[in-house]
Ligand binder design. Structure first.
Ligand code: ADP
Length: 455
């Protein structure tokens, strides 16, 4: 098993621009964490050091129930892989957000009512009040960085770009969630751009899609806001909504329009957001939210099993399975590697303490599942690559001119059951969820089981 210092590495949870995040178990205490590992020799001319130091310096002074806690940090350990290879790394041991990403939950179980959105928006603003009160801005607010623990509480993650400066200049963040002043290359307030992104996130919670692609006057949706015509913005967005304009409450429309204003001077401060009519309206209790979420989760588990669907039965070109090669999907030619022996793969163990919403279970045999994954990759992706060591494949998909990279793992969940999980590496969050849904559908009758009960 791969290890890093005091931690056994169980499997990959995700990867970011500079890091790989592993599910890890402490060798002594047995506690789980998310171990964020960054290789030292990535050729960043010392810049990498600065990014890690910044993340550690900021995180080690933070302690808040809605912010991922830094458990431990090291810059002297080695990442030892199962095959014996090792390399020097930095690592951050982070509190595990074992409930997955909030937005996978929304994408898989449906949008939130304004009341439930308010419950989470309050938690997000609590985290901001604490952060901003300590002079820190996050600067990479986006759905991927909002996670849940297994009690359905919001946890803000990824402080790689955070800043303790009042004014910032560098272009940090993710295009779709950046405030207009960053696009314009102006000096900006980190706290102000955090709140702008929070407005986008709140909109997504209720609408299940983003309000615009980019906060630029050229964007067909954002130009209505930058031209100070919020009425047109809401008209556009309520076109296909049940109830039309009434789908969004007037208080919600007012808050969102002001939070997304083009000129930062016209946006409300955090205190003003917190005293707005929408924010101060009724909030469901924690027990009510938990009850609703458990019901949504149960309905999702039920809908995942599709016993009446036929299996895909075609054979796959065996070259897919033989070595680490990038293959081209959708009609592309597979490389001729048929003469190479197939590899001994290890089926990684499912860890029931960690769940995500983009996973389903199957009682089919491992090879049939793997074969189906290869068929799906061949039919749907732009390119794909199978891991030579594990039952895992990385798929790159271009859809609606947006690229997404995702890893699909088949895990041994015990009791002759396998878990098929999709993990987004990078690219568009909405395309990712769409591809996951297509994949689940494609597996047909292989998606035939529920999670085995853990002892
Ligand atoms: P980067 O800073 O390199 O972009 P991130 O911190 O965003 O890396 O982590 C990459 C992915 O790893 C996330 O999208 C998420 O899926 C997973 N991840 C990160 N932190 C945690 C955590 N505390 N608990 C569970 N999963 C995590």
């Amino acid at each position: 098993m791969a290890t890093c210092g005091e931690w056994n590495l169980l499997r990959t949870l995700g990867s970011g621009a500079y890091s790989e995040v592993k599910l890890a178990r402490n060798k002594t205490s047995g506690d789980l964490c998310a171990l964020k590992i960054m290789k030292k020799d990535m050729g960043y001319d010392g810049g990498m050091d600065d990014i890690v130091k910044n993340e550690v310096e900021i995180m080690k002074n933070l302690s808040h129930p809605n912010i991922i806690n830094l458990i431990d940090f090291s810059d002297t350990e080695q990442y030892k892989q199962a095959n014996g290879a090792s390399e020097d790394v930095f690592y951050l041991a982070l509190e595990l957000a074992n409930g997955g990403e909030l937005f996978d939950f929304i994408a898989q179980t449906g949008k939130f009512s304004e009341e439930v959105a308010r419950f989470y928006f309050h938690q997000l603003c609590d985290a901001f009040e604490y952060l901003h009160g300590n002079g820190i801005s996050h600067r990479d607010m986006k759905p991927e960085n909002i996670m849940l623990d297994n009690e359905f509480n919001l946890k803000l993650a990824d402080f790689g770009f955070s800043s303790n400066q009042a004014k910032n200049e560098s272009r940090k963040g993710t295009d779709n969630y950046m405030a207009p002043e960053i696009h314009l290359g102006q000096k900006y307030s980190g706290q102000c751009v955090d709140l702008f992104a929070a407005g986008i996130i709140l909109f997504i919670m209720v609408a299940q899609h983003p309000p615009f692609n980019k906060a630029s006057p050229k964007d067909p949706h954002y130009k209505t806001i930058s031209a100070n015509r919020p009425d047109l913005f809401w008209k556009l967005h309520s076109r296909n909504k049940p109830g039309g304009l009434e789908f969004f409450s007037p208080e919600f429309r007012e808050l969102i329009s002001s939070m997304l204003s083009f000129d930062p001077v016209h946006r409300p401060s955090l205190a003003e957001v917190r005293s707005s009519a929408w924010y101060t309206a009724t909030v469901p209790s924690y027990d009510e939210v938990k009850e609703e979420f458990n019901q949504r989760k149960a309905a999702l588990d039920e809908s995942s099993a599709q016993e009446d669907q036929p299996f895909p039965t075609e054979e796959v070109d065996p070259s897919v399975f033989t070595r680490r090669t990038v293959h081209r999907g959708v009609g592309g030619e597979l490389e001729d590697a048929t003469k190479l022996p197939s590899l001994e793969r290890n089926c990684v163990e499912y860890v029931p303490e960690f769940k995500r919403y983009t996973q389903f279970f199957s009682k089919s045999d491992l090879e049939s599942l793997f074969n189906t994954l290869a068929l799906f990759a061949d039919k749907v992706t732009t390119e794909f690559e199978f891991s030579p060591e594990e039952y895992s494949s990385t798929l790159n998909i271009l859809q609606e001119e947006k690229m997404v990279s995702m890893t699909v793992n088949i895990l041994d969940a015990g009791d002759d059951t396998y878990c098929v999980e999709a993990v987004k590496n990078n690219g568009d969050r909405f395309v990712f969820n769409d591809v996951y849904n297509k994949m689940k559908q494609f597996f047909g009758g292989h998606a035939n089981a529920s999670e085995p009960a853990s002892e």
